[in-house]
Design a protein around this ligand. Structure first.
Ligand SMILES: [Zn+2]
Length: 326
């Protein structure tokens, strides 16, 4: 059995009441995979009844704080239970994008003042995990003196995904990230402003297929990756709402280069031919800004499948349909 759980559905870093930051889990048999680790995701993971001893891998779509802010907790809170009858469990694998070769430059309208950590200003997934271990070295080195802990050297392994960029308007080929008897994970680059590369992921199991768009503009990469999938979890923004609330001019144009407007997502789902579109990573994330019915009603324009407004804790079970032999 494969089960999807939305752990958090808020977009953007600023915490909002009543909705957790972006994170999802996919449970394949006894194995648990987490896609993005937004605000509150370790608590949501426990609330969903998932077990940290079963956490096999984390997949990061990109390295903005709203997607990785609670990665430290996802790795460290469950450290004590990362031991089975036969000794320590395998490391939690953290898959994600590599850092860019060079720090992107700004322009007259949008640029940074200070470059933080200039000797490594755009760390990728491996540097991120390495820096987290460095930041928490006190806990990792001292805790084992007072409590029986698994070897911290085996807690986590970072794996950067070597994704090719698309060319000439053609989507790049998806990269296979995981492929074993039970699950195949593929990734593709999507478009999310200066966050390069940003990734979408597709999970295929014997029970069905689930695609996570990550943060992206309405994108031919997502359409290519999600062809025929059972479920597409896609981010949504209401750019009109943002405009009415002060995001105008160049700021609004930048926002449109980061996110998919709710009016466009139905067409993405239709062209991908998915069975169900589930909305997540809401922008605005405030529960009282836009109702679920409103989000879903506008998102389903142009889509002939099922549209669902995702919410924290939403679950979907995918089950292989065993048809009787003719
Ligand atoms: Zn985001």
């Amino acid at each position: 059995m494969t089960e999807l759980v939305l752990l958090g559905t808020a977009g953007a870093p600023l915490p909002v009441a009543g909705r957790r930051g972006i994170s999802s889990a996919l449970v394949v048999g006894e194995r648990v995979f987490v896609i993005d680790c937004g605000r509150g995701s370790p608590s949501a993971f426990a609330d969903a009844g998932l077990r940290f001893s079963r956490l096999e891998a984390v997949f990061l779509t990109h390295l903005h704080a709203d997607h990785i802010g609670d990665l430290p907790g996802m790795l460290l809170y469950g450290w004590g239970v990362r031991e089975g009858d036969d000794g320590p469990l395998p490391p939690i694998r953290v898959y994600g994008p590599p850092g860019p070769d060079a720090l992107p430059a700004g322009d007259a309208a949008f640029h940074r003042e200070t470059t933080i950590h200039p000797e490594r200003p755009a760390p990728g997934t491996a540097d991120l995990v390495d820096s987290l271990l460095a930041a928490y070295a006190y806990h990792l080195n001292v805790m084992p003196l007072d409590a029986r802990m698994p070897d911290p050297g085996g807690l986590v392994r970072a794996i950067e995904i070597p994704v090719p960029a698309g060319t000439d308007g053609h989507p790049p080929a998806p990269v296979t990230v995981v492929d074993d008897d039970a699950v195949r994970v593929t990734a593709i680059t999507v478009t999310h402003g200066h966050a390069i590369p940003a990734l979408a992921y597709r999970f295929d199991t014997a029970d069905g297929s689930v695609v996570f768009s990550g943060d992206t503009t309405a994108n031919h990469s997502v359409i290519a990756l999600a062809q025929g999938a059972d479920i597409l979890i896609h981010q949504v923004a209401d750019l009109g709402y943002l405009e009415r609330h002060g995001v105008t001019g160049e700021a609004l144009r930048r926002m449109a280069g980061l996110h998919t407007d709710v009016s466009e997502v139905g067409s993405v789902a239709e062209r991908a031919g998915v069975r169900e579109l589930i909305l997540s990573h809401y922008l605005p994330a405030d529960l009282d800004a836009i109702s679920e019915a409103d989000w879903a009603g506008r998102a389903r324009q142009g889509f002939t499948g099922t549209t669902t407004a995702g919410r924290d804790g939403l679950r979907r079970t995918l089950q292989r349909i065993t048809r009787p032999l003719p």
